[in-house]
Design a protein around this ligand. Structure first.
Ligand code: UDX
Length: 447
């Protein structure tokens, strides 16, 4: 009989994983400690913006007309323990306040709460991104707390989904990585993934520490690629070169590859920045800090991008922000998401505001979250409204609607000065210049 699945933690990762597992034919129970979240999900609503996720959820959540009814939600660990054969832990692991290290309290709490309800053999599968060494510790704790004892096993199965592509990445992963300590766990995970999810995806079986490290090293590599091209952008600016052409040219070398070479105001979000820092902190604890000192530079190149954008804006408005109106297009850390966690766009907007600029922000999906995080900024319902009377327009998150739908001529009618700074190298410079705008982008020649 197919194993029954619980998914603990219903954020981006958990909500998507739960719906995807139901799509593959499993009976699924999603658990979260937030009653509000559970009520929303049970009513077929997703608490964040993620393309395709709400449709997937509604195809399976019990109570929806025409749904498979295979997906239900609860706040009860007792119910989860009773129900599940395989329990996926998908809770978040944020950066500790004021430290580089990762806050493991949600993962620890999930294991502590679930384990006492495991009365029969069960597999607990960690998906959250954790410091290397966590799985060994949690496996011991699980065996200690579960009435099933050694019958309650642990596996680590990192998740590589990108926000904005969560459904696609979950249903068609590049690879499946599982860290196990025994054959039973491997067999059970092979069963779970012997579905369309696993078709064509390499299945890599390894030990706990390697599985944990695959995730943190993958994210560090991606961050390194972005900071590398942003460092090249700094040099291009100094030498009057063009980083966009440079990225295109080096990207044709298959060994380098063209992805993740878009220069701009840098990376943000709930993963790359904090994973990088937690990785450095953990390496320090292991006495391997020298191996990762370069990541400090990757982080600082990244943070410098934000400051540089603020300086270019100051220069564009004549040297000081007082009395200047700045329109900010984009608030989320990337397009197709409403996530504003560690968003470079909001950080730049916030810095300009703190230095006296009159900032008005527009974002297609991130307004509510941005307002909550930064209530003192100005907000407008459309890009055109945000740009009204602006001395400079900043393009800080590359939403498709900015590239495809913004009409430079129309926008030019409402601004005070036709000046635009492209912080994402995503707009067409010729289009803007032809409409009479002074267009400037990071790492590209001025005119
Ligand atoms: C990332 C990883 O890609 C994913 O595998 C992991 O599971 C979680 O972390 P995500 O945070 O959704 O996913 O965003 P991603 O698409 O990786 O972008 C991260 C940041 O880098 C964004 O702020 C984006 O704007 C920036 N970025 C990305 C660049 O500045 N340039 C690029 O070329 C690519």
């Amino acid at each position: 009989m197919a194993p029954k699945i619980t998914v603990i933690g219903t954020g981006y990762l958990g909500a998507t994983h739960a719906a995807a597992m139901a799509e593959l034919g499993f009976e699924v129970l999603g658990l979260d400690i937030s009653t509000e979240k559970i009520e929303m999900l049970a009513a077929g609503r997703v608490p964040m913006y993620e393309p395709g996720l709400e449709d997937l959820l509604r195809r399976h959540v019990a109570g929806f007309e025409g749904s498979s009814g295979r997906l239900r939600f609860t706040t009860s660990y007792a119910e989860a323990g009773e129900f599940g054969d395989v329990h996926f832990i998908c809770v978040n692991t944020p950066q500790k306040h004021g430290e580089y290290a990762c806050d493991m309290s949600y993962v620890d709490a999930a294991v502590e709460a679930l384990a006492p309800h495991l009365h029969r053999p069960a597999l607990v599968v960690g998906k959250s991104t954790v410091p290397v060494g966590s799985a060994v510790r949690l496996a011991a704790r699980l065996a200690e707390l579960a009435p099933a004892g050694e019958g309650a096993e642990l596996a680590w199965n990192p998740e590589f989904l990108r926000e904005g592509f969560a459904v696609e990445d979950t249903l068609h992963p590049d690879r499946i990585v599982v860290g196990v300590a025994g054959e039973r766990a491997e067999k059970q995970l092979r069963e779970v993934y012997a579905t369309p999810i696993g078709e064509g995806s390499p299945f890599i079986v390894t030990d706990f520490p390697t599985a944990e490290l695959v995730k943190t090293s993958a994210n560090s590599f991606l961050a390194t690629k972005i900071s590398f091209i942003n460092a090249m952008a700094e040099v291009c600016e100094a030498a009057d070169g063009d980083v966009v052409k440079l990225a295109e040219a080096i990207g044709h070398d298959e060994r380098i590859g063209s992805k993740f070479l878009r220069a701009g105001i840098g990376f943000g979000g709930g993963c790359l920045p904090k994973d990088l820092r937690a990785f450095m902190a953990r390496a320090g604890e292991l006495g391997a800090d020298q191996a990762l000192t370069f990541l400090r530079e990757i982080d600082s190149i990244n943070m410098r991008r934000r400051g540089h954008m603020v300086e270019l804006t100051r220069e564009a408005v004549g040297g000081g922000f007082l009395g200047k109106r700045v329109a900010v297009l984009g608030a989320t850390f990337k397009p197709d998401s409403d996530d504003v966690r560690d968003s470079p766009a909001l950080n730049v907007a916030g810095q300009i505001h703190l230095q006296g600029g009159q900032v008005t922000v527009y974002d297609p999906k991130g307004m509510e979250n941005a307002r909550r995080l930064f209530p003192t900024l100005g907000y407008a319902p459309t890009a055109l409204d945000a740009a009204r009377g602006a001395d400079v327009v900043l393009h800080l998150t590359e939403w498709r609607e900015f590239r495809d739908d913004l009409d430079p001529a129309e926008l030019g009618e409402v601004v005070s000065e036709r000046r635009i700074l492209d912080g994402r190298n995503a707009l067409d410079p010729d289009l803007w210049r032809e409409a009479g705008w002074t267009y400037r982008a990071l790492g590209r020649p001025r005119a």
